[in-house]
Design a binder for this molecule. Sequence first.
Ligand code: GLN
Length: 384
Amino acid sequence: MPARRTSSFSESMIREMTRVAQQTGAINLAQGFPDFPMPAPMKEAACAAIRGDINQYAITWGAPSLRLAIAEKYRRMYGMDVDPDREVTVTCGATEAMAAVFLALVDPGDEVIILEPFYENYGPDAILADARPVFVPLEGPDWRLDPERLRAAFGPRTKAIVVNTPHNPTGRVLTREEMTLIAELCVEHDVWAITDEIYEHIRYAGSHHVLATWPGMSQRTITISGLSKTFSCTGWRIGYAIAPAGISGAIRKVHDFLTVGAPAPLQEAGAVGLAFDADYYNRLAQRYREGRDLLCGALSEAGFSFTAPEGAYYVLAGFSALSDADDVGFAHWLAEEGGVATVPGSSFYHKRALGRGLVRFAFCKRMETLEAAAERLVGLQARV
Ligand code: GLN
């Protein structure tokens, strides 16, 4: 029999829907990975690193060049003073960073606050660490944070809060006021913030707020991000966690025994990307804005209900005008009959019923891909 902890979470519905897309030939708007090339200078740098024989283990907590480039980026863009030797851990994607941070920070029975809906990994991360997740809803249709419900979630057993902005799957970009409230509650209750900032450069409204820069937060925030979304290289698996030296030491130990290290030549290429100037990030956001507008137009026309995302590259949409099915049934129907793969909404909630009327569309795709999907979506009305 497999260990009990593995039975308390199911397989990833996001990856499952990618398999469904492959089987049915549906356009994959399920899993959030780009279908266009990553920046050429980074590809060249990766090839050069491999040809230059950088093919053995990097230092466990990250190649010096990449840690330096990370520290430099946080200084340049967010005014943070990050010590690359003691405060940065490079991991196999932000996914491993999040799991390693849970294991390094949380004791069995500790409570961790998670805003819901949430990226599906956080639930299993909590289970693997024996943490008790405490969910605070972001209520549709506009997915605002209710200050009173957030305040009520903090208590004597709270160890940490996970803060993901721009937010997967809702597309919310948390406001300065929301971040201030989170910071005040963390300081008041002596709680850590674990941030997931993987979509930091993909925004259509608002600014990216880095919680570690709030008063009193630098010593209690673990900032997680990575290359996947910013440089369109989700398969490279390069992420990182920035944290005070003490907790970084614990994260590094967990990371070391989980994976030893992230791919060495790709770390060298990551340093090249992190040195790109603001122009690169502006073009990235502009490209995604065009995709968002195209998809949102088609979803409106097709009869879905949703709030247009302020950031990240997802739309969480209600389909009650189209079908009485549940989210899993509708997502399978949409893939098989409509030719568009999505992720069922229940995979972003701890109680399946909460996501029953929702599916998530990802628009990190070429305009041709989105145009083809839009055509299929607009044609749905005739078929339901
Ligand atoms: N973050 C992406 C998503 O939400 C990819 C998830 C994954 O498969 N790791 O779709």
